[in-house]
Write a protein that binds this ligand. Structure first.
Ligand SMILES: *Cc1c(COP(=O)(O)O)cnc(C)c1O
Length: 386
């Protein structure tokens, strides 16, 4: 790991792999989502270090694009992004309020999602102690069984005149379990449960849509959408906001070799060449977030040519079959594409048997990062900026 290396040495460095983050595309995606859900507002979900892409560059870029409401999962993530924002911004903590976090959360002015009766009670106690109402989002569980209060708790709170004197409801919200599925019947059922409960708190703004929720009919857009994955370049269905790819991933060829028929490749020799092949060993592995489930599956790409992965994914390397390219096309030291025009993030996720969210948030700290902003690319080491 090269983190902490003096800048002078960095100038002369090469990088084994390179993650490109197009902040112009990110900003365009934000504006596209915002325009699509208007007159509803669009908030940005930047939990898990902006899905692994780094809050330090992503959050200011979204702010410049006009975003004023940011959603994180955890209290420490809220503290991490607060210095990057103006005081006119709202930070909502989706995972809510850990026991003991009430004062830290209230002092900082964060908006916790109150997800369970215990958290509601602790927030009310804190408000009484401080002598003024505290802001919060109230989350309803409308059928996902993950986070949120049930209908009975919601009705009890609505009937309690003290509740809204102690808690200033900035948002009522729920989360869709099946927003990305073509069959919308589960989403419709959740929508009607949500509206029934939201009506109990008529003055509170409403939020139900995540990225794929913005692709559902306008009835799902309410007052504010909570867009995550689409900001980072995962496309939405036809007719929804148009999304541009945000990330690219390339890694360097360390070695090229010819192998004869019958030669085994990689740990466990799980691949054996049937005929003579030309292989390239590429500097990316599962320690870089390139999943081990891509062993003997998936590919790298070069100049529109698919280069299948052969053998197991190692910690720091993979082997790909480059026999389809004319000899001499690729040299040691060249970079091949892992995510880019040839192969989308979604395609990699499908080959790996997972979802784009998991690939994105796993990309790790070892890639050099190239940020594109206002058309200009700048490179930094992963450790320099998170
Ligand atoms: C992560 C999350 C989102 C964002 O979801 P995407 O599918 O990435 O748009 C929205 N709301 C809640 C409650 C979440 O946990």
């Amino acid at each position: 790991m090269c983190v902490g290396m003096p800048r002078a040495k960095l100038e002369k460095m090469t990088f084994s792999s390179e993650l490109t983050i197009d902040l112009d595309a990110l900003a365009a995606n934000y504006r596209s989502l915002r325009d699509h859900v208007a007159p509803a507002a669009c908030g940005a979900v930047v939990k898990a270090n902006a899905y692994g892409l780094g809050v330090a560059r992503v959050v200011p870029a979204l702010h410049r694009a006009g975003c004023r409401t940011f959603f994180v999962a955890q209290l420490c993530e809220a503290f991490e992004i607060q210095p990057l924002l103006d005081t006119d911004c709202t930070i909502v903590i989706l995972n809510g309020l850990d026991p003991g976090a009430e004062d830290a959360c209230a002092d900082a002015g964060f908006i916790p999602a109150l997800n369970a009766p215990g958290a509601v009670e602790r927030w009310r106690v804190a408000a009484r102690r401080r002598g003024h109402a505290l802001p919060a989002a109230l989350q309803f569980d409308t059928g996902m069984s993950r986070l949120g209060v049930d209908a009975e708790t919601a009705r009890r709170l609505a009937d309690d005149p003290q509740f809204q004197q102690e808690v200033s409801l900035r948002l009522v919200m729920t989360h869709l379990a099946c927003a990305d599925e073509p069959d919308t019947s589960v989403s419709e059922r959740q929508l009607s449960r949500f509206e029934e409960l939201a009506t109990l708190f008529p003055s509170a703004p409403r939020s139900i849509a995540n990225s794929f929720g913005t692709a559902l009919p306008p009835a799902f857009h309410h007052d504010i959408a909570r867009a995550g994955i689409a900001l980072y370049g995962v496309p939405l269905p036809e007719g929804a906001a148009v999304i541009r790819p945000v990330i690219g991933l390339r890694a360097r060829i360390m070695q090229i070799r010819e192998i004869a028929a019958g030669t085994g490749v990689g740990y466990g020799l799980t691949y054996t060449a049937q005929t003579g092949r030309r292989l390239a060993t590429i500097a990316i592995g599962y320690a870089d977030g390139w999943p081990r489930t891509l062993s003997n599956r998936g590919a790298a790409w070069h100049a529109g040519e698919r280069l299948p992965i052969v053998g197991r994914v190692s910690m720091d390397s993979i082997m790909v079959d480059i026999s389809a390219l004319p000899e001499g096309t690729l040299q040691e030291g060249d970079m091949v594409e892992l995510i880019g025009p040839g192969q989308s993030l979604d395609a990699v996720a499908a080959d790996a048997g997972t979802i784009s969210y998991e690939i994105l948030t796993s990309l790790g700290r070892r890639h050099a990062r190239v940020h594109i902003e206002r058309g200009i690319a700048t490179t930094c080491l992963a450790g320099e900026i998170h």
